[in-house]
Every structure is written in structure tokens, then in C-alpha cells.
Design a binder for this molecule. Structure first.
Ligand code: ATP
Ligand code: ZN
Length: 241
């Protein structure tokens, strides 16, 4: 197909959508308003966005409805831990935003202080796949209590002894009398794709987009500083920087 367009799944609303749209815009992609709430068509690149819930992104990419997606590693690896259906997905590019950490935590007032203390206890989480795998790899047997949200209230409500949840500042844990004792996963937003099964046309568009994104990400990590200084003190200045 000569006029094939790359289909990219992006979260419609949430922490990944702002960062994702900003990255696309800084990469020089301009969007016209779409036919509907679900689609957005790029004006200056053969690229169409599909705006969806982040949890659906691995499924859309794995199933071929989209070629690429912007999703958190937490969601990607959780899906992979749950089902082989996602085995062909791979990270094309780490995107450097939406950083968060999946952590095990327990009430400060209780007796769970380490991984070993979890043996025979219960853990509430929205990440049953990752939690189960993390514990199994370390030979710990515990009961997983799956929850969709508000995981941090589970110990207080007597639903579970500990939790495994996403943490960024730690304020939510603190507010609920919980303390983290183990990191299960460090996560950031990534560009995900199938390892196989894309056309050469789509891969050409993808290469252009990835190169531009790499440029944006690299420049976000560098600072351009201009200063007037005596030449003979250059070494000293370099050390300071
Ligand atoms: P949706 O309606 O699309 O399912 P959601 O409520 O699951 O939205 P968000 O809260 O917007 O999603 O989080 C999306 C992703 O952002 C998470 O899966 C994770 O990768 C990342 N994230 C979550 N919490 C934080 C945080 N506190 N700081 C930074 N990134 C986070
Ligand atoms: Zn979600």
C-alpha cells in the first residue's frame, strides 16, 4: 500500500497523554482535529493517533490494531506477566517521562519490614502479574488480592496485610500510615511495538518519528550554557559543571 499510515495508540486522558502529546509536538508532528474523539490525523507525517485508555494499549499493539503505542512500562510488563499474548511486544524507545515506581509497602505499625516477612501473608495490588512473578522469582508464597484502585486503603480496611502499588512522591503511602520496603519495578513511559510483522512503509515512518523523538529526549537532558570567563580557568569551570 503506497499511502499506508502509521497508527500510534496514545492515552486519551491522563499522565501519559500530556507527556505523549508534548513529545509528539516537540518532534514536529502537527495534528488536525480528528473525525471523532478516538482519532487524530497528523498533517505533516503519515501518522494517525488512536486515543484510548492506557490499559488497552498493549492489546491494541499486540493485536495489530495499532503499530506502536505510548505506555508505561508498568502496564506493558504487567500485561506480559499475565499472558503470552503480549510476548511479541518490545520497547522501541524509552521516553523519559511518567517515571514512577512499583513498590511493596506495609503498615508502619505492623510487623512486615522486608520481603521475607510476606511469606503466608496477603498483598493487595492492581499489578497481580508483576507482584506474583516478583515473589515467585524470590521463592516467597503469599496471597494476591486484586484491586482496581484505592489499593492503599486495603491494610486499614483489613483486606490485605501489605500492598504493591505505584509510588511517585510517597505522599499517599505516608498519608495512609504505610512504609515501602521493596522496589518491584522502576517505570517510565516507553514507545512499544511488535517485534515482528510491520510493513517496510510503516517502519520508514516509524524510523523518522523515533529519530526526532531521540533528538527531543536528548536535548531535554542537556543544557546550553553561555558564559564569559577567563580561558585559563576553563578546567576549573568544567570541574564545577
Ligand atoms: P486510564 O483512564 O487511561 O486507564 P489511568 O488512571 O490508568 O488512566 P494515569 O493515572 O493517567 O492512568 O497513569 C498512567 C500512567 O502514568 C501509569 O500507568 C504510570 O505509567 C504513570 N504514572 C502513574 N502514577 C504516576 C505518578 N504518580 N507519577 C508519574 N507517572 C505516573
Ligand atoms: Zn489505566
Amino acid at each position: 500500500m503506497p499511502d499506508e499510515r502509521m497508527k500510534l495508540a496514545v492515552q486519551s486522558k491522563g499522565r501519559l497523554s500530556d507527556g505523549g502529546m508534548e513529545l509528539l509536538s516537540k518532534s514536529g508532528v502537527r495534528f488536525a482535529y480528528g473525525r471523532d474523539q478516538l482519532h487524530r490525523r497528523a498533517e505533516n507525517l503519515p501518522l494517525d493517533l488512536m486515543l484510548v485508555r492506557d490499559d488497552d494499549i498493549p492489546s491494541f499493539v499486540a493485536g495489530g490494531a495499532c503499530d506502536f503505542g505510548i505506555v508505561g512500562e508498568n502496564v506493558l510488563y504487567e500485561m506480559q506477566a499475565r499472558s503470552q499474548r503480549y510476548g511479541d511486544l518490545e520497547v522501541a524507545l524509552p521516553l523519559g517521562f511518567a517515571r514512577c515506581t512499583l513498590k511493596l509497602a506495609a503498615p508502619k505499625s505492623g510487623d512486615i519490614r522486608s520481603l521475607a516477612d510476606l511469606a503466608g501473608r496477603s498483598i493487595a495490588t492492581s499489578y497481580p502479574g508483576l507482584t506474583r512473578k516478583y515473589l515467585a522469582d524470590r521463592g516467597i508464597e503469599a496471597e494476591i488480592v486484586e484491586m482496581r484502585g484505592s489499593v492503599e486503603v486495603a491494610p486499614r480496611m483489613g483486606i490485605a496485610d501489605a500492598i504493591c502499588d505505584l509510588v511517585s512522591s510517597g505522599a499517599t503511602l505516608e498519608a495512609n500510615g504505610l512504609a515501602a520496603f521493596e522496589t518491584v519495578l522502576e517505570s517510565e513511559a516507553v514507545l512499544v511495538r511488535r517485534a515482528t510483522g510491520r510493513s517496510a512503509e510503516i517502519d520508514t515512518v516509524a524510523r523518522t518519528l523515533i529519530e526526532r523523538m531521540e533528538g527531543v529526549i536528548a536535548s531535554a537532558q542537556t543544557k546550553y550554557i553561555l558564559l564569559n570567563a577567563p580561558k585559563d580557568r576553563l578546567a576549573e569551570i568544567k570541574d564545577l559543571l
